[in-house]
Design a binder for this molecule. Structure first.
Ligand code: ADP
Length: 352
């Protein structure tokens, strides 16, 4: 269409920049691919070393689909998890903001693992790190590397780390990292997934030893599947547990206040918190959504047509709405699963 991406034009020899990219010559490239490569060129108009010999379409995919320029999550959006926030602050945010102080003995690890039940805020922490440290955020699900990019995952991993090194400081968030760095050496393990894993570890090794400002954050619900090599590279391992009662109260209040629907008393909130023992952050969000349908349904029941319904026709959400919503939205994590995380945390987690 008519969209024209901003292109840096410093009069350099950008026309030639892809000559050393794998495969195609400039004329064969789409306009959007060219624009994307131009953004990554150095002041000399040349593609950085790491991106040469990579296929332009992979670089474009990383820049457009995996890179997120503004992840929109701040620390204050995350309920509870004080221990994790404190560790992340020291290990990640300060070093990214002050690389001059965090060197030598203080040089930080370059790999962080967030493990725990699903829906507890691991992805939110990854995004908040990038937001708070003013770093570029790259987010990829490891299972998409193995399923969607069959046979090409290895190349995509190279492109990912290559683009990240041009966009420093950078945070690479890998969701479901266990599916990439799993210890299972079953007969079914394909040669290609073994190569993918090796490539990934090589890339990590590369930036771990260098002075690059890249942090890898892996998230997993199955930490017990990670092998020793993966654990060694993910030096800090933080347990992200289910939200405490206070954190659940905070999530309810925060979500309802945002929509101007909050009128619950402290006593109501405390009752809801008692009834939601074992709920994850994501379960809480779903519960609030379901509960906030209550006043809408009630207004319709009283005969107001949906097309004529005004905001003022709906009452704030009540304790009764929550009680009605509870059977619809159950806790998604079982007690059994929690035991596994706690054991693993005792053995391998960074406890303080
Ligand atoms: P995970 O990566 O651990 O599976 P997410 O970070 O994707 O979970 O969380 C899913 C959703 O659940 C978030 O978008 C948010 O709405 C809610 N949520 C989960 N944990 C928290 C939390 N600690 N504070 C606030 N909201 C949370």
């Amino acid at each position: 269409g008519s969209f024209v991406p901003p292109i840096r034009n410093n009069g350099s020899n950008v026309g030639n920049m892809t000559s050393r990219c794998a495969g195609k010559n400039d004329d064969a490239l789409e306009y959007s691919t060219k624009a994307c490569l131009e953004m990554l060129c150095g002041p000399d108009g040349e593609l950085p070393e790491k991106l040469r010999n990579l296929e332009p379409r992979l670089i474009e995919h990383v820049s457009n689909e995996i890179m997120d320029r503004d992840p929109h999550v701040r620390w204050d959006d995350i309920a509870g998890l004080e221990h994790a926030k404190k560790c992340v602050m020291e290990m990640v945010i300060w070093p990214l903001l002050r690389p001059d102080i965090f060197k030598g003995c203080r040089s930080p690890g370059k790999g962080l693992l967030l493990f725990g039940p699903p829906g507890t805020g691991k992805t939110m922490i990854g995004k908040a790190i990038a937001g708070e440290a003013k770093a570029t955020f790259f987010s990829i699900s490891a299972s998409s590397l193995t399923s969607k990019w069959i046979g090409e995952g290895e190349k995509l991993v190279r492109a990912l780390f290559g683009v990240a090194s041009c966009r420093q400081p950078a945070v690479i968030f890998v969701d479901e990292i266990d599916s990439l760095l799993s210890q299972r050496k079953s007969d079914g393990e394909h040669e290609s997934s073994r190569r993918l894993k090796t490539q990934f570890l090589i890339e990590m090794e590369g930036f771990d030893s260098g002075s690059e400002q890249i942090l890898l954050v892996g998230a997993t619900n199955r930490p017990q599947e990670l092998d020793e090599a993966a654990r060694r590279r993910l030096t800090k391992r933080l347990y992200i547990p289910l939200p405490s009662s206070e954190a659940r109260a905070w999530i309810i209040r925060n979500l309802l206040e945002k929509d101007g629907l909050f009128k619950l008393s402290d006593e109501d909130i405390s009752t809801i918190c008692k009834l939601t023992e074992g709920y994850s952050g994501s379960d809480m969000k779903n519960l609030v959504k379901e509960a906030s349908m209550g006043p809408l349904r009630e207004a319709l029941r009283l005969g107001i047509e949906i097309t004529r319904l005004q905001k003022e026709d709906m009452q704030p959400v009540t304790l009764q709405d929550f009680e009605n919503a509870l059977p619809q939205v159950r806790a998604s994590v079982s007690l059994n699963e929690l035991g596994i995380y706690e054991e693993w945390n005792k053995q391998f987690g960074s406890l303080s």
